[in-house]
Design a protein around this ligand. Structure first.
Ligand code: F3S
Length: 292
């Protein structure tokens, strides 16, 4: 059985940076907290918790210590609240998200209508809008773009993980909604690169294993694109979910992982599959002997 790892997989730059910053905070003096789970991966959150870094829901949950802002970012009021409380802030907002927040702010300051392309309820989109006094109009799809009024000046900012395909088709609609359209293409390539590599691999293997949090949007999407090309695909969080029978008579297995899946979980998955391979080979030999 050949095990092939997707060319682009696992931690993206922003998530790697955030986890490293949280680990540094864990080793520092005083108590550390993350505002919300640092990433959508329960195993990483659990490891950090065992080192004393606890997730909190609100700034009001703590009175002292270090508060880590996760890669999705937060609005300006949170920084203010934490500063007023004298908390030590570790800002792990991904620089790509930070850029989108600043672009949104500049659109409003320049007196333009702000349109944000993204998922209404995603924390990153919420944080981008908060930097623009919550004045942005959030557009999720072509249908809602069609409904927009024609305006004098429009600035467009995009959720970093937004689909390139959807972006292009929505921009075509927005071009008819304003004569002065300024586009800030704040899409980050990490998600698309992982999806492209996964599809390429899924087309050439018998089975795909997608590793990552069940609550991780980008991991779920990876599993979806693999299934879309007709490849049998299992989405697992850890190696303990792997089942021997999935690999029976399988020649090639592709492995990929979401942007919030750490290397150590991927390694464990590959090691377990290698153990399965040895087991299946041994069983195969026995069957062979019996047959003779
Ligand atoms: Fe940042 Fe892109 Fe990752 S925006 S958090 S590097 S997916």
């Amino acid at each position: 059985m050949e095990i092939i790892l997707a060319e682009n997989h696992g931690f993206c730059y922003g998530v790697k940076r955030a986890v490293e910053m949280a680990n540094e905070a864990a080793n520092g003096a005083g108590k550390s907290y993350t505002l919300g789970p640092i990433i959508h991966n329960p195993q990483v959150v659990g490891r950090l918790e065992s080192k004393g870094v606890k997730p909190i829901d609100e700034v009001s949950d703590i009175d002292s210590g270090t508060m880590i802002i996760r890669s999705h970012g937060v609005g300006p009021a949170i920084y203010e609240e934490a500063e007023n409380k004298g908390l030590n802030i570790v800002d792990a907002t991904c620089p790509h998200v930070k850029k989108a927040q600043q672009d949104a702010k500049s659109v409003i300051e320049d007196g333009m209508t702000l349109v944000i392309l993204g998922e209404k309820n995603h924390p990153e989109v919420k944080s981008i809008n908060l930097w623009a006094n919550n004045e942005g109009i959030i557009i999720e799809d072509e249908k809602s773009a069609q409904k927009l009024q024609i305006v004098e000046k429009m600035g467009v900012v995009v959720q970093t993980t937004f689909s390139q395909f959807k972006f292009t088709s929505i921009i075509e609609i927005l071009e008819k909604k304003s004569k002065n359209l300024k586009i800030f293409k704040t899409i980050c390539n990490a998600t698309q690169e992982r999806q492209n590599s996964a599809v390429e691999l899924a087309r050439n293997v018998d089975l795909m294993i997608v590793v990552g949090g069940k609550n991780s949007g980008n991991t779920n999407r990876l599993a979806e694109v693999c299934r879309d090309v007709g490849c049998t695909t299992y989405h697992i969080e850890t190696s303990t979910e792997l089942q021997l029978e999935w690999f029976n008579r399988v020649q090639t297995v592709g492995v990929t992982a979401g942007a919030s899946t750490p290397d150590w979980i991927i390694k464990e998955v590959i090691e377990t599959m290698k153990d399965f391979e040895a087991l299946l080979a041994a069983v195969g030999q026995e069957e062979f002997k019996k047959g003779n």
